[in-house]
Design a protein around this ligand. Structure first.
Ligand code: DGL
Length: 272
């Protein structure tokens, strides 16, 4: 597949759907001169409650497609895919690969004073223990909880609602004393206000999107003194109009949206 006009040294970013746009927005704030290809696998969303081996298969296919598009680096802007697919993606990708987990763990390690950290995410991300293993290996005590309903609350545009307050209170109940909470899901930065109220001002919230963007930026040269704003092309495996509609709750889409049905994605990877 070729794009006209061609992109200049794009970075590839992918997620199961719209959630990774929070990571894309952070990347664009840090690297406004860069071109990006974003792939939202909206036909197969959510990843959070699918078996890990299935998510690994999806992620491999998408990484192969983005590598084929000539990206200079790959950002797995999905906590669930980062949690289960990173080793396999690192092996098969010809360019550097970043997930959202390591940067979040790094930031939480820096932030905690008590050595007790909480992490919330999808069933897949929490069930994989990817965050827990990394934090525990640093001697940090971890409290982790899967909060599956929160993705839906955000996508329904209810991030500031009574429903969100109730769910967050319920999910965070029974937690031990923590001083840092990792938002281990692409959608949770949208719930920042509700989460902060629930845990109290003294708890530091770690936004994986923001810290991942900082890590990726530091691997590349800084923006030149004068530059044209980078371009973004979005590929979606589901309906482009539905993607644009749901993305409105995350801040909207800037750039073209191209339909890439799963069959075409697979064909492009196979070179058919
Ligand atoms: N993007 C996913 C994550 O960060 C949340 C949505 C899903 O379950 O696919 O884990």
């Amino acid at each position: 597949m070729t794009l006209e006009p061609p992109l200049r040294r794009p970075l590839g970013v992918f997620d199961s759907g719209v959630g990774g746009l929070t990571v894309l927005q952070a990347l664009r704030r840090h690297m406004p001169h860069r071109d990006f290809i974003y792939l939202g696998d909206t036909a197969r969303v959510p990843y959070g409650r699918k078996p890990p081996e299935m998510v690994v298969g999806f992620a491999n296919e998408i990484a192969d497609f983005l590598n084929g598009m000539g990206v200079e680096g790959l950002v797995v802007a999905c906590n669930t895919a980062s949690a289960v697919a990173l080793p396999s993606l690192g092996e098969r990708s010809s360019v550097p690969v970043w997930g959202v987990i390591d940067a979040g763990v790094e930031a939480a390690t820096r932030a905690t004073r008590s050595g007790s950290v909480g992490v919330i995410g999808t069933k897949g991300a929490i069930g994989s223990r990817a965050y827990q293993r990394r934090l525990e290996s640093r001697g940090i005590r971890v409290w982790a909880r899967a909060c599956p309903m929160l993705v839906h609350v955000v996508e329904e545009g209810l991030a500031e609602s009574v429903e969100a307050e109730l769910l967050v209170t319920q999910y965070l109940s029974g937690r031990p004393e923590i001083d840092t909470l990792i938002l281990g899901c692409t959608h949770y930065p949208l719930l920042r206000r509700v989460l902060q109220r629930a845990v109290g001002e003294e708890v530091t919230l770690v936004d994986s999107a923001e810290v991942t963007a900082e890590a990726v930026r530091s691997a590349f040269e800084p923006p030149p003194r004068s530059f044209a704003q980078g371009r973004v092309v979005h590929f979606v495996t589901g309906d482009p109009a539905a993607f644009a509609h749901t993305a409105a709750v995350i801040g909207g889409v800037e750039g073209e949206i191209i339909s890439l049905p799963v069959t075409e994605l697979a064909a492009a990877v196979a070179g058919i």
